[in-house]
Design a protein around this ligand. Sequence first.
Ligand code: SAM
Length: 302
Amino acid sequence: MRAKKIKLLKISEPQMGYALDFNHTRVKAKPFIKWAGGKSQLLPQMSKLFPPKDQINRYFEPFLGGGAVFFHLQHPKSYLSDTNNKLIELYEIVKNNVEDLIKALRKHKNEHDYFYEVRSQKPAALSPVERAARLIYLNKTCFNGLYRENSKGEFNVPFGKYKNPAICDAEGLRAASMALKNAKISQGEFHSVLGKAKTTDFIYFDPPYQPLNKTSSFTSYTANGFGETEQIELANVYRELSDRGCFVMLSNSDTPLIRELYKDFCINEIQASRAINSKAEGRGKITELLVINYYWIKSRKD
Ligand SMILES: C[S@@+](CC[C@H](N)C(=O)[O-])C[C@H]1O[C@@H](n2cnc3c(N)ncnc32)[C@H](O)[C@@H]1O
């Protein structure tokens, strides 16, 4: 009997940062975790001020958080870091072990008692994949979808009572995994960027913001705070990178200290809407600063 002729379909490789969903349409990679201070909503304003892509040698994001700017730029030579070791472990799992992570996430349920059971688990007793899945699970199902720890380093946000949170966005995670394939991910302090960055590298700093007043601070991403001393140290690192010929961009709140620290650079105002503050007057539009050290960019048409 003659074998049936089969027509082979050629499926092209998905582009960097894109995965194919069920219908073979491309899914753009985006943050897979909601993080306080996430920049997704500000990207339309920020992208007008990024240096031109073709002039950037390498990209550094030392306060990674949700990584909105990384996922937007998807520079092929990216260096991503943060002091939060649980967050960095999660990025490594998304990058290297996404299918196991998806399997682990599919076991989680959006139920009140189950949430508190998972919240009370000791992360050290779990495997790295289970820990990563737990972090995403708690982030998607907790109140306001954010990450906060108490002074003992324990996650302490209550159950969010959402109807149908996307606990496992398999295609989104696969797209993120692909976008991260060439990225160098590490845990560490922001100033370690000084050991690597050279001329024409682009460094984006998104530190914990300087509080507008004492009650508006949301600086406890991890058990360690980020005070005035660190803001001053960061401004020194910014200046040193600028002197080296790097492109440097920094986000921060609009306070006299930040304006003073960066007065020699190009300070842009952008409008952000606040969602993190639970008090009504803390919501609505607020001016934030975006400091760049490359003045000529202002006349560039986007
Ligand atoms: C504003 S968030 C970053 C938000 C992020 N760019 C986004 O779009 O979601 C600040 C991050 O800085 C990290 N961080 C705090 N202190 C740090 C330090 N000294 N060095 C590096 N990262 C630090 C926190 O763990 C947190 O993830």
